[in-house]
Ligand binder design. Sequence first.
Ligand code: NAD
Length: 287
Amino acid sequence: MERRINGHTGLLALFGTPVGHSGSPAMYNFSFQHDGLDYAYMAFDVNVEQMPAVFDSIRLFNMRGGNFTMPCKNIAAELVDKLSPAAEIIGACNVFVNDAGVITGHITDGVGFVKNLEVNGVDVKGKKTVVLGAGGAATAIQVQLALDGASEVAIFNIDDEFYSRAESTKEKLAARCPECKVTVEHLEDKEALAAAVNNADIVINATIMGMKPHEDVTLIDKSLFRKDLVVADTVYNPEKTKMILEAEEAGCQAIGGKGMLLYQGVVNYSLFTGKDFPIEEYQKFQA
Ligand code: NAD
């Protein structure tokens, strides 16, 4: 590393709080070194109030790009110069790229999720989908499914503070992607959920249920699983949730959340460098 960093090295960074646990510096620095790129990636613990100063620093140090995590994703979308279509619809960004002083904000959770389906042989175009959840991950996935040509996105959420976000996503998508039919229903309505799953090609869990410490919970009754249904989870801890295990038992194509995490990084790396992320080498490095 000490030989790699020099007077020309370009800086990228993660901003938010907390950031100490993040795997991003290791992932990107490994890849920059592997690809012989003169960049270094750091993590800076900052809060929302400090974000205007963060943007001054990004410009002052001519940073190439980086990431925003909680709680800074929404304020970041107000401070960038341009937004990707998904980031504009959602009003948040987790990635920025600085092209000759013009800073563009992207949101790549949904792109990473769809890319992971794609590498597993699942094309979302024209597909009827059910998405459980209306939080950060769910909203990004719903928007990306609509942008990528899914024919239906049926959103189910419990009656909590996220429900109104689902209704707002429906309204925004009606204006931006009118060819995609978006519906919002209560997750407590088991009959409506069963009807939607029976009608769907792809069912996605983007809630916190199934994740530790809720690993014994699954929101879809396994009797609804059929062999031609794709069942995907955003949860990656545990790697195979109860829902994924039950979907596998029923003979469905079941896709866990670990790939979504990886492919977000893959997509971000291409945005930063224009290159393909060295997936196999990184997986060996991690093992
Ligand atoms: P969030 O806090 O923004 O949203 C939480 C969601 O869970 C809401 O829709 C909420 O209504 C729902 N929920 C909470 N309690 C529930 C209950 N008892 N029953 C049903 N639904 C309930 O969270 P987020 O950041 O969007 O994360 C959601 C999930 O996505 C998490 O499991 C997280 O691990 C996963 N995630 C995965 C990746 C990845 O790369 N694989 C990335 C981001 C998030």
